[in-house]
Design a protein around this ligand. Structure first.
Ligand code: SAM
Length: 253
């Protein structure tokens, strides 16, 4: 049981652990309708490349072999749609997210893409998944885990719902490892992104939180230790774009 006085980070602020989820929910409530546009503007379209790399790594079967993907913190469905396009007829994705505003945008996108029979959307918390043990052939979480207050619980839940022999993949912002680019990236993050957020969504504060939360997220080696602690094997990670982003992998064996 967590002590009621336990704190965590909400961006650079220390907040009571139990308050973080409410604050995170208000961020995504505020930006949901323009979330996808902002991703393109902030990353210059690079988030599409990173997500494609994640789906290529997942490598869902192309044929009719059944494959059930759980995409947690799946928001507006980007990973699930990419995986559905890459996969064969046996594929089905469940997008689970705590925020109904994000899920509603995702459902409308699924209908527009004629993918609503292969991708379903369910409200739920990564820390307490409402799915049976060993139910899924793959688990993905993209740019989601740093928003979850109790990351260790989310990782244990990922392990629980995966079938033995299946893979956990997590795409998350990391720490730029190229001198020179790191300073440019800091400058761009703090000087450009919040004003851009204000111009596009009317909300600079949510984007201030997003960039601060990136700085507070554990470094790849420390996060890999957390993935191992949840029970995963063959844990590793791959830096993408000078480690702006890292793709973490683990197997439930
Ligand atoms: C940055 S978005 C990522 C969306 C999508 N995966 C993508 O890559 O475009 C983060 C998502 O995490 C969701 N989220 C935050 N806390 C969560 C939790 N405890 N359980 C499930 N989803 C959560 C938010 O609602 C939001 O949709």
């Amino acid at each position: 049981m967590d002590r009621p006085d336990k704190t965590t980070h909400f961006g650079f602020r220390d907040v009571p652990l139990d308050d973080k989820q409410r604050l995170v929910n208000s961020v995504f409530h505020s930006v949901a309708s323009r979330y996808d546009l902002m991703n393109d503007l902030m990353s210059g379209g690079l988030h599409r490349v990173w997500k494609d790399i994640m789906v290529n790594t997942l490598d869902p079967p192309r044929g009719d072999r059944p494959f059930a993907l759980l995409d947690v913190a799946g928001g507006t469905g980007d990973i699930a749609f990419r995986a559905a396009k890459a996969a064969g007829t046996g594929f089905h994705a469940t997008v689970c997210d705590i925020n109904l505003d994000m899920l509603r945008v995702g459902e409308a996108r699924a209908v527009a893409r004629h993918l609503d029979d292969r991708v379903s959307f369910i409200e739920g918390n990564a820390e307490e998944l409402a799915f049976p043990d060993r139910a899924f052939d793959g688990y993905t979480i993209a740019f989601g885990i740093r928003n979850v207050p109790r990351i260790d619980r989310a990782l244990s839940e990922a392990f629980r719902v995966l079938k033995p022999g299946s893979r956990f993949l997590c795409l998350e912002f990391s720490t730029v490892d190229m001198p020179g680019l790191d300073r440019l990236y800091e400058l761009f993050s703090f000087k450009v992104i919040p004003p851009l957020g204000r111009a596009v969504t009317g909300d600079a504060e949510s984007y201030q939180y997003l960039i601060e939360s990136i700085r507070k997220f554990p470094k790849p080696a420390a996060f890999a230790d957390m993935i191992r602690a949840a029970g995963f094997s063959r844990v590793n990670w791959q830096c993408l774009s000078c480690c702006i982003v890292a793709l973490h992998s683990g197997w439930r064996l």
